[in-house]
Write a protein that binds this ligand. Structure first.
Ligand code: AMP
Length: 249
C-alpha cells in the first residue's frame, strides 16, 4: 500500500512571530521556516508503517513556493521515497489545498493519506477533514495510534474525554496528533542521499484548482500584553477580590 503525506512549510515553531507594520499579516522575510511539526509526525508514522512491512511506498507532497522543496527534501532525508511539489506563490487556503490534494490522491492512488491535525501558522484544522469529504473516504482525526489491517485501520483518537478507538474503512484519511510518535532526525548521509531522490513539479492548474482566496484578512494584530498578577494572603481575600473587583462571583 502506498501512503501519501502532505507536508507544509511554515514558520519554525521556535520563532517569535512578528506582525507586519501595516497589519496585513505576519513577517515572513528572513524568518526560519520548517516542516509543520504535525507533518513530521505524519512522515514518521508513514515510515514506521513501511518499516513494519505494512506499506510499500511513502510519497510526500507540498503546496507552496519553490522553497517548499527544502521541506520536501527534509521528508525525503527522513526516509520518504518520492516527492511532489505543487508550486505556487499564492497563500493557499485549506479548501484549495484539499482540492489539490484530492487531485494528487487521484493520480497517486494511495491506500492511506496521513495529514497533520493542523498547520501551526493558520491553525485551521480543516484540510484533512475537507480532503476526506471531497474524496468520499473515511476519516480518523487526531490519531494517537494507527494500526493497519488489510481493508481497515484501527485509529485511536484523542478526544475531549480521553481516547476513542474506531475502525476506519480503507482507503482513508487520518490526521495526526502530538502523541502518535516522536519523529526521527535526518542523518547527514540521508540528507545527502535525499538530494538525488525523485521530486515531481506540478502547479495547481494541473489539477484544475483555482487558488484565489475566498477569505479576506481584515487585520492582523499582536495579542495585548497580560497584566501582572497579584498574590493574595487568604481564600477570604481571593473571594472578596473575585466578588468586588473582578465581579465574576
Ligand atoms: P490546516 O487545515 O491548514 O490546519 O492544515 C492541516 C494539515 O493539512 C497540515 O498539517 C498539512 O498536513 C496539510 N496542509 C495544509 N496546507 C498544506 C500545504 N500548503 N501543503 C501541504 N500540506 C498542507
Amino acid at each position: 500500500m502506498k501512503i501519501l503525506v502532505p507536508v507544509k512549510r511554515v514558520v519554525d515553531y521556535n520563532v517569535k512571530i512578528r506582525v507586519k507594520a501595516d497589519g496585513s499579516g505576519v513577517e515572513l522575510a528572513n524568518v526560519k521556516m520548517s516542516m509543520n511539526p504535525f507533518d513530521e509526525i505524519s512522515v514518521e508514522e508513514a515510515l514506521r508503517l513501511k518499516e513494519a512491512g505494512k506499506a510499500s511506498e511513502v510519497v510526500v507532497v507540498s503546496i507552496g513556493p519553490a522553497k517548499a522543496e527544502e521541506t520536501l527534501r527534509t521528508a525525503l532525508a527522513m526516509g520518504a521515497d518520492r516527492a511532489v511539489l505543487v508550486e505556487t506563490d499564492e497563500l493557499v487556503e485549506p479548501l484549495a489545498v484539499a482540492k489539490i490534494l484530492k487531485g494528487v490522491t487521484e493520480t497517486e492512488q494511495p491506500g492511506l493519506v496521513i495529514v497533520g491535525k493542523q498547520a501551526i501558522d493558520d491553525d485551521s484544522n480543516q484540510t484533512g477533514q475537507m480532503l476526506s469529504a471531497l474524496l468520499g473516504w473515511a476519516q480518523g482525526t487526531f490519531a494517537s495510534k494507527i494500526e493497519l489491517g488489510a481493508d481497515k485501520a484501527s485509529v485511536t483518537r484523542e478526544v475531549d474525554g480521553g481516547l476513542q478507538t474506531i475502525a476506519v474503512k480503507l482507503p482513508a484519511v487520518v490526521t495526526t496528533d502530538l502523541r502518535l510518535n516522536e519523529p526521527r532526525y535526518a542523518s547527514l548521509p540521508n540528507i545527502m542521499k535525499a538530494k538525488k531522490k525523485p521530486l515531481d513539479k506540478k502547479t495547481p492548474a494541473d489539477f484544475g484548482v483555482d487558488t484565489t482566496p475566498r477569505l479576506k484578512v481584515l487585520k492582523t494584530e499582536e495579542p495585548s500584553g497580560r497584566k501582572a498578577g497579584v498574590k493574595v494572603k487568604s481564600v477570604a481575600e481571593l473571594v472578596d477580590k473575585l466578588k468586588n473587583e473582578a465581579g465574576v462571583l
